[in-house]
Each structure stands twice: as C-alpha cells, then as structure tokens.
Design a protein. Structure first.
Length: 136
C-alpha cells in the first residue's frame, strides 16, 4: 500500500504544480507581454539618457514626460530610443493594450507600470491582478 501512496502523492503534487504554472507560462509567451517588457526597457534607457543630458529626469504629467523625450520642450532634446513608443491621442505613452503607463522616479531608479491585459491598475496583491512592472 505504501508503494502506491508515495508515487501517487508525487504525481498529484506534480499535477497541481503544473496546473498552477500554466498562467505564468502563458503570460511569459504572450506577444503583448513581451512587447511591454521591450518597450519599458527602451523607455528606461531613454529616461536615463535624458537625465544624462539634462541632469534630471523629466517632470510633470505623462504627456509632459512624453514631450520631453521627443524634443517638444524648450530643452529640445530628442531621445531616439523612445521614438518608437506608442502614444494615445492625448500624447501619453501607452502599453500594448492601449492604457497609459505609469512612471515613477526615485533618485537613480525608474519604475514603469502597466495595467496589463485587463487595463485596470490594481493595488492589491489578489490572484486576479495582472499589472506588470519593469524597473532599472
């Protein structure tokens, strides 16, 4: 009997682990998730380049940050890395699902946040949350 219970327990544990891992692997292989990470990395590089030229990160709303990176301010600095960032009609940088990203600055660190596929920013750690982050 013990010879049957141990292999059966291992098989059940592996099945449960596989079932729990499916959403994680599905999210990693989603083209839009990959695009978010690539775009966010480019945006971080662009923001760092901007800081190198100006001495500080751009400030203001997301529209003002977008303008600063595309040379549409009095500083006239164009950051080519962010040239391919997608913008909505307001001029905000958006994620692959069309939602404006959130950008946070802290000393020398940058955090880019996406609402993810459900297009809702969620501040809880519930199992339904699909927000994505990329930081420097």
């Amino acid at each position: 009997m013990k010879k049957i219970i141990l292999p059966l327990s291992v098989l059940i544990a592996l099945a449960i682990a596989g079932w729990l891992a499916v959403p994680l692997f599905a999210q990693r292989t989603d083209r839009k998730v990959t695009k978010f990470h690539e775009d966010a990395e480019s945006l971080i590089v662009g923001l760092q380049q901007y800081k190198e030229f100006v001495g500080a990160y751009p400030t203001g709303s997301l529209v003002e940050i977008s303008k600063a990176l595309t040379g549409r301010t009095d500083k006239k600095i164009l950051i080519l890395v962010t040239r391919k960032s997608e913008l909505n009609t307001k001029g905000e940088i958006v994620d692959p699902w069309g939602t404006p990203v959130q950008i946070y600055f802290s000393n020398n660190a940058i955090l880019i946040r996406s609402a993810g596929p459900n297009r809702v920013f969620e501040d809880n750690k519930g199992s339904r949350g699909d927000d994505m982050y990329r930081s420097s």
